[in-house]
Write a protein that binds this ligand. Structure first.
Ligand SMILES: [Zn+2]
Ligand SMILES: [Zn+2]
Length: 345
């Protein structure tokens, strides 16, 4: 079959005779419709930051934000039928390890991940556990479906933030995860200030319902945020930018007694003055991927229109152009895209 196959750092190839997978018991064979490329795919392609190829050098297909149509059923599968359109819940946890048994499945020690440890969606076909293929409601398109993954990251962050109705929140970083997170916060009953240095992203944040927007290049959020949030600063700040200093900003700008949830991965160290966090009784928490049930919630939020991912789809690219018009375009420092979807629909 045709696929984009990663052979190691900076060695991504379009192949036409990659072996077609067969579903094991409990799995389904999917004909992939679209997968979106995110910055993590670019990082893995360029730098292999998780050391995946050191642990297991075999070539593999990326694409962890993926959707497809059920083509064949493995033994014992009754929850889906051939022709069902599905989104792929990408994190497959063991349910047995220390963390899974404590209900913290996002920390699973034996986790497998569609598109990282296992072959993902950037091929014509893929296999995955039927129980982790979520049937798309009729109101949800094949194009929207891959965006369930970044939305599930937002759902997890909002659950970790423990937001309640009427809370004030801020989101730092208005990329795909940030704009999805912002809408999940709104669905949870919070008002949201969107913070980014790109005017076009702030404009989109406004269109998607941000209560206010802030550009740190123009104003100092530390000065203006309290006035926008009852005088004290946001109850919760979710940081999704992963830039140098932005995690620190989240801790600084959240109100005393508030919670800073850090989602973005920054590669540079950031120093925190702990005495200020201590005297302000601030909570700082990391949030990674999604937990049990949160991917399904993301699908429901998109299908019901509470999270609008349509403006986050920047281009549709066929598989055979995925490297040139997808990965290489994402690599450019001047990239002007949210998500590029690769596939043949
Ligand atoms: Zn991603
Ligand atoms: Zn586990």
């Amino acid at each position: 079959m045709k696929a984009l196959v990663l052979h190691g750092k900076q060695d991504l190839r379009y192949e036409t005779n990659f072996p077609e997978p067969t579903p094991a018991p409990g799995e389904v064979l999917l004909r992939m419709t679209y997968s979106s490329i995110c910055q993590t795919d670019i990082e893995v392609w360029q730098h292999d930051p998780f050391g995946m190829f050191e642990r297991r050098p075999e070539p593999r297909i990326q694409g962890h934000e993926a959707a497809g149509v059920v083509e064949a059923l493995g033994e014992g599968v009754t929850s889906l039928k051939v022709g069902d359109r599905v989104a792929v819940e990408n994190v497959r946890t063991c349910g047995l390890c220390f963390f899974c048994r404590k209900g913290r499945s996002s920390l699973c020690e034996n986790g497998r991940n569609f598109g990282f440890t296992d072959n993902g969606g950037l091929g014509e076909y893929a296999v995955w556990l039927a129980s982790m293929c979520i049937k798309l409601p009729d109101s949800m398109s094949n194009e929207e479906a891959p965006l369930s993954e970044p939305t599930s990251v937002g759902v997890h962050a909002v659950m970790n933030a423990g937001v309640s109705v009427g809370d004030t929140a801020a989101v730092i970083g208005c990329g795909v995860v940030g704009l999805a997170t912002m809408q999940v916060l709104q669905a949870a009953g919070a008002s949201v200030v969107a913070i980014d240095t790109r005017p076009s992203s702030l404009k989109l944040a406004s269109e998607l319902g941000a209560t206010a927007t802030l550009n740190p290049k123009e104003v100092d959020p530390a000065e203006v945020l309290p006035g926008m949030t009852n005088g004290y600063g946001p109850d919760v700040i979710i940081e999704t930018a992963g830039a140098h200093g932005t995690a620190l900003n989240a801790v600084q700008w959240v109100r005393r007694g508030g919670k800073a949830v850090i989602v973005g991965f920054a590669s540079t160290p950031q120093e925190i003055v702990f005495s200020r966090a201590v005297s302000g009784e601030k909570t700082v928490m990391g949030s990674s991927a999604a937990g049990i049930g949160e991917y399904r919630k993301a699908v429901e939020l998109i299908a019901s229109g509470k999270v609008n991912v349509k403006p986050l789809i920047s281009a549709l690219v066929p598989l055979d152009r995925g490297i040139e018009d997808g990965f290489e375009r994402m690599l450019k420092p001047t990239k002007d895209v949210y998500r590029i979807l690769v596939g043949n629909g």
